[in-house]
Design a protein around this ligand. Sequence first.
Ligand code: NCD
Length: 317
Amino acid sequence: MKKVSETKTKLKSKDLLGIRELEKDEIELILDTALSFKEVSKRTIKKVPALRGRTIVNLFLEPSTRTRTSFELAGKRLSADTVNFSAKSSALAKGESLKDTAETLEAMNADLVVMRHSASGSSHFLARTTHLSVVNAGDGSHEHPTQALLDLFTIQEKVGSLEGLKIAIVGDISHSRVARSNILAMNKMGAEVKVVGPPTLLPAEIEMMGAQVDYDLDDSIEWADVLYMLRIQLERQEESLFPSIREYAALFGLNKERIMRAKKDVLIMHPGPMNRGVEIASDVADLPQTLITEQVANGVAVRMAVLYLLLGGAEIV
Ligand code: NCD
């Protein structure tokens, strides 16, 4: 089995808060490490003792099943003890501040907190107030670094390298932490990124992050090597930013007709949960070049790598 290279540096920070803070060699280290853990996930006994005796707290203060389960499985497969706090069951629902919650977890000698929170910047705040390692599992519309890392891993697995690859991220960019983390991550790995959506869903600052902007999906269909579809986040929209779901689907939904004009080997991705028939047609979601299931599977391996590298676990066996 491939050993994690001794010569490469470990992650420089105690935390993983965003892709912005990661250097390219750190991203590569995470992706290489994830490759070893992917092999572990295919075994009958999917467990290594690397983090035995370490405690990981999943603090999910926003609804989430997929990301929380993925982190929980990742921790368990590394033999860590994992504890789940959800918004309803935690003392935060009773008015406790994030700082006090962090102190409580520190007093219990936890080692690492995985946090999802509706406020942008909340994981930076938590990381500054505690000695524990903090992993950002999505903070408002700011960043969702492990999603971007698993997306990089999935693309690399299919095409080898992101260098020069043309990637269109389509949909609700304004509300999307996945888009922000992915633009940064894909750029760092040498890809060319374009965001596509209605002007009301494309924030002005996005070009400064290094993405080209396009308001017409049909312009980008033939250009793209990867079509990355985002969920329309109806729960985050305070005002209506497009006339109707039906109109959105007609202009920006990925359907069979559009796919017919795309490159033959175009890759289709979506972070989930998807709205079938809105941003992606049901028959497109089930095409062989649609990588949604691979993204989920790779998510566990990538999160194992992140937890392992932050907690400096023993050698993988
Ligand atoms: C994403 C999120 O929560 O930011 N989903 C996820 O992590 N499973 C994207 C989304 O909610 O659309």
